[in-house]
Design a protein around this ligand. Structure first.
Ligand SMILES: C[S@@+](CC[C@H](N)C(=O)[O-])C[C@H]1O[C@@H](n2cnc3c(N)ncnc32)[C@H](O)[C@@H]1O
Length: 256
């Protein structure tokens, strides 16, 4: 671990999305990578921490959203930003650390994608992945129920995706034969949220978004209201006003 990079300090962050990203970063057994990729980097929320841990590395942030990359560029982090689909993107040089936090759940066909990412690694290189695995939880199952129960059902059936993240066993089977060393684990974070219907707010920025985007008014508001009602019943607020939102995340660190 490089001097000046204090994992303990970062892990004091009370931030539901940043914490798993940093816990993944902590587990990467590479002290001086030359080439680091932040795959599905989004607005570059985590890239500064990669830069801080590895000041000497060339860091490339890849995302297929121009809007996200505009924000990333403005952050001033010393990295190269590349607009590309992570499923087909190919690095220019072998990669020492392929870091991908909360992104691969958006890609299909993991059976092809994970070996492809492993094949991009330099000897001793590391693939580090974190994905949410909460698709069987009420936060998501109530989306399906609300989607099926309204005039919007046919339109939403067209955008509905099957659970994109498989069991740990599936990834172990894929990666173990390709890895010198494989660390795979799950963490169930009990997120303590506040607000009127905080689980609905949480999913609105992620899994609910493509469904809302597929509808026009007044169906959009109608579907959202139906979902909000179901999800509130599934996660009732406690007497003290907080809502507990258990959230499982799957982590993998594979050494080439
Ligand atoms: C939840 S954000 C995570 C951002 C960042 N890794 C973080 O941890 O803060 C997921 C990102 O994956 C990107 N993404 C989704 N599908 C992608 C694809 N096929 N190719 C490239 N980026 C993709 C999205 O644009 C989005 O920025």
């Amino acid at each position: 671990m490089t001097a000046g990079w204090d994992p303990k300090q970062y892990l004091t962050f009370d931030n539901h999305r940043l914490r798993p990203a940093l816990e993944l970063l902590l587990r990467i057994p590479h002290d001086a990578p030359a080439q680091v990729v932040d795959l599905g980097c989004g607005p570059g929320n985590v890239t500064p921490y990669l830069r801080e841990r590895w000041p000497g590395a060339v860091i490339t942030g890849v995302d297929n959203s121009g809007e996200m990359l505009t924000t990333a560029r403005k952050s001033g982090v010393d990295a190269t930003w590349c607009e590309a689909d992570l499923v087909t993107w190919t690095p220019e040089a072998p990669v020492d650390v392929m870091y991908t936090n909360a992104a691969l759940q958006w890609a299909e066909d993991h059976e092809a994608l994970f070996p492809r990412l492993m094949s991009m690694l330099a000897p001793g290189g590391v693939l580090a992945v974190q994905m949410p695995r909460n698709f069987g939880q009420p936060s998501h199952t109530t989306m399906k129920v609300a989607a099926a129960q309204g005039p919007w059902a046919a339109k939403l059936a067209r955008v509905e995706r099957r659970a994109p993240v498989a069991e740990p066993d599936f990834y172990y089977g894929l990666l173990a034969p390709l890895s010198e060393k494989l660390d795979i684990w799950e963490t169930r974070y009990v997120q303590v949220l506040t607000g009127e219907n905080p689980v609905a707010e949480y999913t609105k920025g992620s899994w609910l978004k493509p469904m809302l985007d597929a509808l026009e008014e007044p169906e959009r508001s109608g579907f959202e209201a139906a979902y909000r009602k179901l999800v509130l019943a599934a996660y009732p607020p406690r007497e003290d006003g907080t809502t507990l939102f258990p959230f499982t995340r799957l982590f993998m660190v594979a050494v080439n």
